[in-house]
Write a protein of this length. Structure first.
Length: 213
């Protein structure tokens, strides 16, 4: 990915399909000292009571998608958006600009040797142009399906719909600068992360030496 040089922190977008192991890999980077910004965490905060997106979601989708404590009923919304593309697009139109703005705010404050920004839906996102590199956590779709069923206890049909609604595996790999293959042992995944940590520290030091273009 081509970026302009500046004196800002070196930034990596970490992406991957659902149940590929993004959170696991992000936690490994955090243990090595990277600053982590997670768009899923930001999204959850936006739909809590008093969250910046909740009123607009209520207006668009109705009270039946608001939980008893005043937060978004995430389970009900998940079922809807994975069978109705228009609803998914409307929800993304509400959330994504707010998520992007909060990512940029946190990135300015986070510091660190380098920053890892966890973005599940990176393909086609404006955040693709905010980062210096893209790291894809990869596994085959059969493994994703198995993990998703074990994690969420849904049906195979529901799980396949979720996979189909996301960018395909090859689309993710096409934008990757780096790949962590998360189909082996925990130790093997950790070995790959440690190797990338060293690479990112070198690239971050180079950024600091070069300074603004």
């Amino acid at each position: 990915m081509i970026t302009t040089r500046d004196n800002k922190p070196f930034r990596i977008a970490l992406t991957g399909g659902i149940a590929s192991g993004k959170s696991l890999v992000a936690d490994m980077f955090a243990e090595l000292g990277a600053a982590i910004i997670d768009t899923d965490v930001i999204a959850r905060e936006l739909v809590q009571p008093g969250g910046k997106a909740l009123d607009e979601i209520r207006e668009r989708f109705g009270d039946e998608f608001i939980g008893p404590s005043g937060e978004l009923d995430r389970a009900a919304m998940r079922k809807l958006i994975f069978i109705d593309d228009r609803s998914r697009q409307d929800l993304e139109a509400i959330l994504h600009p707010r998520i992007g703005a909060e990512v940029r705010r946190q990135a300015e404050l986070a510091g660190g040797h380098y920053q890892v920004i966890v973005v599940p839906l990176l393909h086609g996102s404006p955040l693709l142009h905010f980062v210096d590199r893209v790291l894809v956590v990869d596994c085959d779709e059969a493994t994703q399906l198995e993990r998703l069923l074990a994690r969420d206890a849904g049906t195979a049909e529901q799980a396949r719909r979720i996979l189909a609604a996301q960018a395909g595996r090859q689309e993710r790999l096409d934008i990757a600068d780096d790949i962590v293959s998360n189909i082996g042992s925990l130790a093997e995944t950790e070995r790959q992360v440690k190797k990338l940590d060293k690479r990112y520290r070198r690239l971050a030091r180079r950024r600091q030496r070069e300074g603004p273009a």
